[in-house]
Write a protein that binds this ligand. Sequence first.
Ligand code: F6R
Length: 351
Amino acid sequence: GKSGYDHFMLKEIHEQPRSLRQCLQGRVDELGGQVELDELAGVNPTSVQFVACGTSYHAALYGARLFQEAGIPAQAFLASEYVTAPPPVDDALVVGVTQSGETADTLSALRAAKRLGARTLGLTNVVGSTVARECDHVLYIRAGPEIGVAASKTFASQLVTLNLFSLAVTDDHDRESIGSLRDLPSTVQEILDDSVAAEVATAYLDADAYFFIGRGLNHPVALEGALKLKEITYRHAEGFAAGELKHGPLALVTDNTPVIAVATGDDEFARKTVGNVKEVEARDAPVIAVTDGQSDIERYADHVLRVPETHPRTAAVLASVQLQLFAYHTAADLGRSIDKPRNLAKSVTVE
Ligand code: F6R
C-alpha cells in the first residue's frame, strides 16, 4: 500500500533514505576508504559509452561526467539515436542504464554494441530482467520496486550506483566523496524533513512554462527536473544547460515563466550560473534557486530550495530530491493522476 501517503510517488520519494542505504550496503569499505563492487571484478574500462532513455539518460549524462572527471573518456547516448549510427566501440565498455531492464530502445543499443564486439554492462533495478540476462556484467541499483510511473527513487539510486561504479573502476580512494555518499541517506532525510517545495510549488500553478537550468553535474539535474514536471503536471517545462539559455531559450522568458536554477558550490561554474540568473531576473522572471548557499544566487532568487553543503557529486543528488518534491506538489495542487500519468507506461517495450 501507500503507507498513508496520497500517492506511491510521494511514498517512493520519502523512501529514498532507505533505498540509498540499501544501495550502499556492503559496497563501501569505511576503514580502507574505498568502494568494493564484487560484480565488477576484472572490469577495467579504458573508455565508456552509456546508452539509456528518459530519466535513465539523465543519470547516464551524470555518470559520463564522473568518468570524464576521473580521466576516462566517456559519453552518454540516447539509446534510440545510438542505433542509428553506433560509434566505434574499440575497447569501450558499453553501459545500459535502465531501471526496468526491459526498455526496447536500450536493449537494441546494447545488442548493436555487442554485434560490434563491445563488452556490455547493465545498470538496472530488476533482477533477472532482459538487460541483466543479456549483458556481460550487471550492476544492481537496489532501489526496491517502484510503482509510480515517473521514476524517483530509482533515479537517486542510479546516481549513487554510478558514483560507486566510477570510484571502484578508477580505484579512487577519495575520502571526501566516499564520505559524502555514505552520508547521503541522512542528508536526503534532512531535505525531506525541511523542504519548502510544497509552498513554492503553490506559488506558480499559473505559470506559462517552467525552465530549469544547471551546469556541469547539475545540467542533468536540470533536465530531469523538467522531465519530472512535464510528466506528472502536463505543464510545459524545459531543462537547459545554464550557458545555453542566452543562445535562444531566453526569448521565451517572461514574468510568468519561473526559472529554476540549480547552483551548488561556489566555483567558477556556479558563479557563471549566477550570471545567467541575473539575466533572467532582469527580465522579471521569477527565480527559484536550488542551492547550498555557497554562491550568492539567493540575492537574485524569489524562493530558495536549500540543500546541505556537501561534495558536488552528492549535491546533485540532493538537488534532484528538491526537484522531485517541486514537481510532485505542483501536480498534487493541479489534481493530476500522479502515479499513472496520461499516455505513459512504466516500461516501454516498443522502439
Ligand atoms: C521518467 C521515466 C522514463 C524512463 C524511461 C527509461 O520518469 O520513467 O523516462 O526513465 O522510459 O526507462 P528505464 O529506466 O526502465 O529504461
